[in-house]
Design a protein around this ligand. Structure first.
Ligand code: NAD
Length: 288
């Protein structure tokens, strides 16, 4: 069994504990057992006790940490737990810059530890349906426009907080490059709009927009023009039977027990680092 702690008891952290207490029967997630929660607040936890970081890193029956804090705190938390010889599952984005992610990944590999970045957006039925629709078609140009409410404090620059959308584009259209990026902001109105111009390896243009402001519905609007047709809607799909965080936990646990091939691990690492590198470049272009 792998004893685990959850760091950061917000929405994601609470789901992690819930899933660990009731894992999918017959799945590798059954190998995880919740041994503690870590929070800056004093929590009234009943089933799993609240412990300190110091206790978590020093206990031999704790092998794994789930990092579910605000994005800006991910990097330091990952480093702390890797240093202590614990495997890490971190909610996306892993870090707020590319170099830190490379360093942490190298460090995990040196120590023979699993470093896993959650990407539930790839596990949604919406994404799977969209991927099926896109397969075999030749892209001419496209746009992915995300809208949502204002970002909470500590969630960082839009290209990182929105890495799930960038990951969709990379999974759908392959490796990308960034040609331009801008950020419009009206801090008085809590409004921001990031626009990134991307190119596929076939030089097809893609535009990624992250637009946030009060009252904006959380939505992804697409317009993908192919040689044969134009897709303007994500094909509607019913929810899957297994929750998204549970699916991710199963995948992470499969890595812990050695059920994921080195090739697949490598593919995931390349994709994650590629997306973080693009996010880094977008941020630089927006800030110059
Ligand atoms: P959240 O705002 O619910 O929690 C973030 C942090 O704030 C946590 O550390 C939590 O302990 C703390 N927090 C929450 N409420 C608090 C309060 N009342 N007082 C003091 N601290 C409080 O954010 P989240 O949605 O859980 O996101 C955590 C991480 O998970 C982020 O990296 C995010 O990108 C990632 N993530 C979340 C989702 C999701 O559906 N929520 C999906 C994918 C990835």
């Amino acid at each position: 069994m792998f004893g685990a702690v959850v760091v950061g008891m917000g929405t994601a952290g609470c789901v992690r504990i819930r899933d660990m207490l009731a894992p999918q029967p017959g799945s590798p997630a059954e190998k995880l057992t919740a041994r503690g929660v870590i929070s800056r607040r004093s929590l009234d936890t009943q089933e799993v006790s609240q412990i300190s970081v110091e206790e978590a890193v020093s206990r031999d029956d704790i092998h794994v940490a789930f990092i579910c804090t605000e994005n800006m705190l991910h990097e330091d938390n990952i480093r702390t737990f890797l240093q202590a010889g614990k495997h890490v599952c971190v909610e996306y984005p892993m870090t707020m810059n590319y170099n830190a992610a490379v360093e942490l990944w190298d460090f995990a590999q040196e120590k023979g530890l699993i470093l896993h970045e959650e990407h539930i957006e790839l596990l949604t039925e919406d994404f799977k349906g969209l991927k099926r629709e896109v397969e075999g078609k030749i892209l001419q140009e496209g746009t992915l426009h995300f809208t949502g409410g204002p970002l909470k404090p500590g969630f960082g620059f839009e290209a990182f907080s929105g890495i799930a959308r960038l990951t969709w584009l990379v999974e759908l259209f392959g490796e990308l490059s960034v040609t331009a990026a801008t950020l419009e902001e009206d801090s008085g109105k809590n409004y921001s709009k990031m626009t990134a111009k991307l190119l596929t390896s076939d030089n097809r243009p893609l535009t990624w927009i992250e637009e946030r402001g009060p009252g904006r519905p959380r939505a992804k609007n697409i317009n993908f023009r192919f040689d044969s047709c134009t897709l303007t809607q994500i094909p509607p799909a019913p929810r899957g039977a297994v929750g998204l965080f549970m699916q991710d936990m199963i995948h992470f646990a499969a890595k812990l027990v050695g059920q994921v091939s080195p090739e697949e691990l490598q593919r995931e690492k390349i994709r994650i680092l590629h997306c973080l590198k693009l996010a880094d470049k977008i941020q630089q272009l927006c800030q110059c």
